[in-house]
Design a protein around this ligand. Structure first.
Ligand SMILES: NC(=O)c1ccc[n+]([C@@H]2O[C@H](COP(=O)([O-])OP(=O)(O)OC[C@H]3O[C@@H](n4cnc5c(N)ncnc54)[C@H](O)[C@@H]3O)[C@@H](O)[C@H]2O)c1
Ligand SMILES: O=P(O)(O)OC[C@@H](O)CO
Ligand SMILES: [Zn+2]
Length: 347
C-alpha cells in the first residue's frame, strides 16, 4: 500500500493581542536559547519588534533578519544565518513566510508562522513559492510548528490585503476544477478530502462575503481561518494542487510580465473569474462575490494595463507545466485570450 505523510501545524493561536504570547508559546513548545525572527522592513515595525520583546521577556537570545524578496538567494542567506538557532519565526506577508519556511527546512529547524496580513494561504501550508530566473517555483517545504495570527494586527492592515486573501482562497474553486480535470485526463493522484477542505475554505469566505469589512476583528478572523484551512488542504494533498490551478498560473505569469504586479491574491481572484468561464462554470458568481468583498475584478482595478493581461493569459500554460489545467498544453491563442478577458469584463 502507498505510504503517506501529512504534515500539519501543531498549534494554531489566533485572536487579538496573541502576538504578546509568542515568548510563552515558544517556551511551552520547549524551544530555548537563540530565536531568529525573519521579517520585512515594514513588518518589523508592525509586529517584528513586539515578537522580539515577547521572546526576550522569556529569556530568548533574539536575532533579527530583514528580507525583501522571496528568491533562492535570499533563502540561502537566511538558511546560513539560522545556524545554532532553536526556532525561526516568519513575521510578515507571504514572501517573508515563504523564505523562512524554506530556509528553516534546509537548516533543519522548526519555524513559526506569524502573519501580519491575511493576504495568502501560505500561512499554514507546507509549500513555498520561491522566485528564480524563470519566474517562480512551488517547492516542498515543511509546515509551521505553530501559527500565531494576531487578528488585531491583521484587522489594522490595509483592507486591500484582506480582500486579496479572499481572492487567494476563492481561487480554490478553479484550482479544484483543474485538479479534477487532470485526474480524469491523466489519472493524476486526487484527494477527495483535500479537495473538499479546499472548497470548504473558499465557501467560508463566500458565505461571509457581506460581512467582510474594513477594520473588523471578526472579518480578519473569518479570512484567517479560511486561509489556514486552505493551507491544511495543501498539507493533505502534499502539494499546492487544491489551491493553485490555471488562475494561479495566470497570476504567476502576470508577476513576470507586468511592470507593477498587483497583490498575489488580487491577481488570483481575477484569474478565477476567467478560468471559471473557460471551465463553463458560473464565473459571474465569482465576479459578484469579489465585488461584494471589494476585491479587484478587472485590469483597471488591478492597476495593470490590458495588454499585460492578454500576454499573461497566452503564456500562463507554460508556468508550473507539470500541473495540467484547463489551459491545456498549448494554452490560449492571442485572439482567444483577448476574447476571454473581454467577455468576462476583465479588460
Ligand atoms: N507557500 C504558499 O503556500 C503560498 C500561498 C499563497 C501565496 N504565496 C506567496 O506569497 C506571496 C504573496 O504574499 P503577500 O500578498 O502577503 O505579499 P508580500 O509578502 O509581498 O506582502 C505584501 C506587502 O504587504 C506588507 N505588509 C504585510 N503586513 C502588513 C501590515 N500589517 N501592514 C502594512 N503592510 C503590511 C509587506 O511588507 C509587503 O510590502 C507570493 O509570493 C505568493 O506566491 C505562497
Ligand atoms: O504552488 P503555487 O502555484 O506557487 O501556489 C501556492 C499558493 O499560491 C496557493 O494559494
Ligand atoms: Zn495563492
Amino acid at each position: 500500500m502507498r505510504q503517506k505523510k501529512i504534515e500539519l501545524p501543531r498549534e494554531i493561536h489566533t485572536g487579538p493581542g496573541v502576538i504578546k504570547k509568542v515568548g510563552d508559546i515558544c517556551k511551552n513548545l520547549r524551544f530555548k536559547g537563540k530565536a531568529t525572527i525573519v521579517t520585512g522592513p515594514k513588518t518589523i515595525k508592525i509586529a517584528g519588534k513586539k515578537v522580539a520583546e515577547s521572546l526576550k521577556d522569556k529569556n530568548f537570545d533574539v536575532n533579527i533578519i530583514k528580507v525583501k524578496k522571496a528568491t533562492k538567494d535570499v533563502v540561502e542567506k537566511v538558511k546560513n544565518k539560522l545556524e545554532g538557532t532553536s526556532i525561526a519565526l516568519g513575521v510578515g506577508g507571504g514572501k517573508v513566510i515563504d523564505v523562512v519556511k524554506m530556509a528553516s527546512k534546509y537548516a533543519n529547524v522548526h519555524f513559526i508562522s506569524v502573519p501580519t496580513a491575511a493576504t495568502h494561504d501560505g500561512i499554514a501550508s507546507p509549500r513555498a513559492s520561491i522566485k528564480n530566473d524563470k519566474g517562480s517555483v512551488s517547492l516542498p517545504a515543511h509546515a509551521p510548528i505553530a501559527v500565531i495570527a494576531d487578528t488585531d494586527i491583521i484587522r489594522k492592515a490595509p483592507y486591500r490585503f484582506l480582500a486579496a486573501g479572499c481572492g487567494d482562497v476563492i481561487s480554490n474553486y478553479t484550482a479544484v476544477l483543474d485538479w479534477k480535470l487532470a485526474h480524469r485526463l491523466l489519472y493524476e493522484r486526487y484527494s477527495e478530502s483535500s479537495a473538499a477542505l479546499s472548497l470548504m475554505s473558499a465557501k467560508m469566505v463566500i458565505k461571509s462575503a457581506d460581512s467582510i469589512k474594513k477594520g473588523l476583528e471578526e472579518s480578519a478572523r473569518i479570512v484567517v481561518k479560511a486561509l489556514i484551512s486552505s493551507g491544511i488542504a495543501m498539507s493533505i494533498a502534499g502539494s499546492s494542487r487544491p489551491a493553485s490551478g490555471s488562475e494561479h498560473k495566470f497570476s504567476h505569469a502576470l508577476d513576470i510580465v507586468a511592470p507593477k504586479p498587483a497583490l498575489h491574491g488580487e491577481q488570483c481572484g481575477v484569474g478565477t473569474i476567467m478560468m471559471m468561464y473557460l471551465h463553463g462554470k458560473d464565473w459571474k458568481f465569482i465576479r459578484d462575490t469579489l465585488k461584494k468583498i471589494n476585491a479587484p475584478t478587472n485590469a483597471y482595478e488591478l492597476g495593470i494595463d490590458p495588454e499585460y493581461i492578454i500576454e499573461a493569459l497566452t503564456m500562463a500554460h507554460k508556468i508550473r507545466k507539470e500541473r495540467y489545467t484547463i489551459l491545456g498544453d498549448r494554452g490560449l491563442t492571442r485572439a482567444a485570450a483577448k476574447r476571454l478577458a473581454e467577455v468576462t469584463g476583465v479588460i
